[in-house]
Design a binder for this molecule. Structure first.
Ligand SMILES: [Mg+2]
Length: 367
């Protein structure tokens, strides 16, 4: 089998409700870069690379990686990973080159699954368990009452955990944590994400407040550059620390683990180096007895890739799940994921179990 074409299809989805995070930042649209790999066997692989500007992922994939891959056997996944990532180490150790390589790598795993007639998690040695426990990842910055109502609605739908985005000062954060904890009761896990919004002293003060509300994890309180600060917070606070969505490759995670900086490691499969690298990061997490809860705020393609990785690793817990009926999420699955008894079943079709349905993505396509 030979690769005959590698291209990127991009979409941009406008949002009715802006997604507010720390420091008054917010998002009014969500984009995606899908990597499509064609073969002479008639098998097509689909991946996704996450970066803030999808056109950069497109340029890197189409101009830098496609010429290396066309004419090659798509099943030589590790060799292609080495060619894309380690051959360019002098210029590009972290960032969008890795996002682009992640998208290609995921598409190659999709081809491998389809070629062998099994879901990707089987190729990775899974499943460890036949279903995954999701948490509802929404609850962006709004007034406390609205956030509390939304949080309770996810508990009513059967989610055992909910995540919120805060990071706009101790008092404003506390108002919202108190309202949400009150609305969801004591038994639902409440994760809090600061999206890198605080410096060390403020992160410490806010962390002590979060302890009072039995917060499940305290995510990215600091800039990802400050690994020592994260390690210090982890020693000082009782609330567990989560970080890693802005980290790349097994070497980046090795540094986080060596510094004792995280309780929950959050590799993003679409950024850290794809399924190949995320699987190795999960194995590395096992050696540090650290939980992996991959970051996943993306389309259905990225969700599927994340589910296959998690299904094959004993280190993984808590699938990050977007409960907002995002237009390019469940509809990209051949069998859309549904919540039943607090769990989501694994995709069982060969490959990732997703397709780029033109009826779904067509209206959001950008050139
Ligand atoms: Mg986060």
């Amino acid at each position: 089998m030979e690769i005959t074409d590698v291209r990127v299809e991009r979409i941009e989805v406008p949002l009715d409700r802006p997604l507010g995070v720390s420091r008054d930042r917010s998002m009014s649209a969500r984009g995606a870069a899908f990597v499509v790999v064609e073969t002479d066997a008639g098998i097509t692989g689909i991946g996704e690379g996450v970066g803030p500007e999808s056109y950069i992922v497109e340029r890197i994939v189409e101009e830098k990686y496609a010429p290396k891959l066309i004419g090659e056997d798509p099943l030589d996944i590790e060799r292609h990973w080495q060619s894309m990532v380690t051959d360019t180490v002098y210029q590009d150790r972290k960032g969008q080159g890795l996002s682009a390589a992640s998208g290609v790598d995921i598409a190659l795993w999709d081809i491998a699954g389809k070629h062998h007639g099994v879901p990707v998690y089987r190729l990775l040695g899974g499943p460890v368990e036949g279903s995954l426990k999701p948490y509802a990842s929404d609850l962006f910055w709004q007034d406390p009452e609205t956030m509390a109502e939304r949080a309770a609605s996810y508990v009513d739908r059967g989610f055992e955990g909910v995540k919120t985005h805060l990071g706009r000062g101790l008092d404003a954060d506390e108002e919202r944590v108190a309202a949400m904890r009150d609305a969801i009761g004591p038994d639902t896990a409440l994760m809090v994400d600061m999206n890198c919004g605080y410096d060390r002293p403020e992160a410490r003060r806010v962390g002590r407040m979060l302890e009072e509300y039995d917060v499940y994890w305290y995510e990215e309180p600091l800039t990802p550059y400050d690994v020592d600060g994260l390690a210090a917070l982890r020693r000082e606070l009782d609330v567990p620390i989560a970080s890693g969505e802005n980290e790349f490759t097994k070497w980046g995670f090795h540094d986080l683990f060596e510094a004792d900086a995280v309780d929950y490691a959050m590799p993003d499969v679409m950024r850290c180096g794809g399924i190949t690298e995320a699987t190795k990061i999960c194995a590395l997490a096992e050696t540090y007895n650290t939980v992996c809860s991959p970051h996943c705020f993306t389309t259905g393609v990225g969700l599927a890739a994340t589910m296959h990785v998690m299904a094959a690793s004993p280190a993984c817990e808590w699938l990050e799940f977007d409960p907002t009926d995002f237009e390019v999420y469940e509809p990209l699955f051949k069998t859309p994921p549904t919540l039943s008894d607090g769990r989501i079943a694994l995709p069982e079709e060969p490959g990732l179990g997703v397709h780029l349905d033109e009826d779904v993505i067509g209206e959001f396509r950008v050139d």
